[in-house]
Write a protein that binds this ligand. Structure first.
Ligand code: URA
Length: 431
């Protein structure tokens, strides 16, 4: 790093709506990662970025600086093209679980570095950890070996991957600066580019249960990330997809694994199957895989299930083990006859989290069996007294806080009013 800057001058530049130079960006990201720039200075800079934005050159440079803070993985030893999927997160979004083995079954290699949940959206690793014996932490050598033998690996990102993002994300979390598009896009894409995948499909969620509830902002985030991926040589596309109601019929760790296994067995809820197939086809196309295996067939004929079982076993898990079940459950019933008009995804996600499926502080333990089963969705006719939701937890004193947030989360109408749902796919962005 040739030049030294004063952090305060960089903060003032962004505060005054000036563009940061490449050298300023390289320096400040590196100096913060090394502990030379203090948390309070980086907090001020992050807030200035949130308020005043960054142009595409600045975002791209910031992303590269985060990538350069750590290692870059590479998969040239593999005999198949690599492709990954990233979702910005939503309630009941367990798509990675059936998708990774499905795409592997169709001929691509899927190196998927995933995270844990924080707040109302679940984390893929928390879900898989409900399978007895399954291990999220793998060395780079183990990751390559699972990829080679199973075609897919889902594991935790090691400490060496984009360490700048780890520090910055923790700081954003406590300084109300998570929501800035340049910061979200650079955070996600620095990890995905450093992961070394050659193709990437982004599933950018929008609607009440997503953290970009406004579709226009979700589109902007999608476009920003596609640009970053393409300029780093990663074949990147994005779908903007609905998260106004929960995906599928479960939210919670072991409950979502059970539902994913149903999909891999050729069944499962229609929305999960449809989105899994759409994303699988996008991934195979972006990776240039022409195996002739249709993803729908691979779900029906057991090929995807075979890959799932191998992948779980290779990481110490027992795919035949009974999944954990919560100690306590209670049901919520329809209070009238009629059509279900709405189910607020955010409220269902927060309720699952309050039941113990998620964590409110990093490092907290989650309950494997906690969560919510959904028995009817918007657009369906329901009868008074019919169960709509079953809540599960190991600690019955959690029910009160979960039912409190669910108050008013489901609307039933008998006046002829129709459910208004976002289409599953709102947009597709391809460079
Ligand atoms: N996920 C990330 O990895 N980073 C963000 O900033 C937001 C979501």
């Amino acid at each position: 790093m040739a030049e030294n800057f004063a952090a305060v001058e960089i903060i003032a530049a962004k505060r005054d709506r000036n563009e940061l130079t490449d050298d300023q960006i390289d320096w400040v990201v590196d100096a913060y990662t090394r502990g030379v720039v203090a948390d309070e200075q980086m907090s001020a800079l992050l807030m200035a970025i949130l308020l005043n934005g960054m142009n595409s050159r600045e975002i791209s440079r910031w992303t590269n600086a985060m990538i350069s803070s750590g290692e870059r993985m590479e998969w040239s030893a593999l005999d198949r093209p690599t492709v990954d999927k990233h979702s910005t997160g939503g309630v009941g979004d367990k798509i990675t679980l059936p998708l990774a083995p499905l795409v592997a079954a169709c001929g691509a290699a899927v190196p998927q570095l995933s995270g844990r949940g924080l707040g109302h959206t679940g984390g893929t690793l928390d879900k898989l950890e409900s399978i007895p014996g399954w291990r999220a932490s793998l060395s780079n050598e183990e990751m390559l070996s699972v990829l080679q033998s199973c075609g897919a690996v889902i594991c935790a990102a090691g400490a060496g991957l984009a360490p700048a993002d780890k520090k910055l994300y923790a700081l954003r979390d406590v300084t109300a600066t998570v929501e800035a598009i340049p910061l979200i896009a650079s955070s996600i894409m620095s990890k995905k580019i450093a992961e070394g995948t050659s193709a990437l499909i982004l599933d950018v969620k929008t609607g009440s249960g997503a953290f970009m509830s406004d579709p226009a902002r979700a589109r902007e985030l999608a476009r920003t990330m596609v640009e970053l991926g393409l300029s780093a040589g990663v074949k990147t596309r994005a779908l903007v997809t609905a998260m106004d109601v929960p995906l599928g019929l479960t939210a919670g760790n072991a409950l979502e694994v059970r539902e994913s296994v149903e999909v891999l067995a050729g069944g499962g809820p229609a929305d999960i199957v449809e989105l899994t197939l759409i994303l699988a086809r996008e991934m195979l196309d972006a990776a240039g895989v022409k195996s002739g295996i249709d993803p729908a067939d691979a779900l029906k004929n057991g090929m995807a299930m075979d890959h799932w079982r191998r992948m779980i076993k290779a990481q110490g898990g027992d795919p035949d083990a009974k999944l954990p079940v919560a100690k306590e459950s209670m049901q919520i019933f329809a209070d009238s006859d009629g059509e279900m008009i709405a189910m607020d995804a955010m409220k269902v996600g927060v309720a699952a989290w309050r039941l113990g499926a998620g964590r409110s502080r990093q490092g907290e333990k989650v309950q494997a069996g906690a969560g919510i089963e959904i028995h009817a969705k918007p657009g369906e006719q329901v009868r008074k007294g019919q169960p709509l939701l079953t809540l599960h937890t190991d600690e019955s004193d959690r029910f009160a806080r979960a039912t409190q947030i669910l108050e008013g989360s489901i609307r039933i109408s008998n006046t002829g009013e129709k459910a208004e749902r976002l289409p599953l796919i709102l947009d597709r962005i391809e460079g």
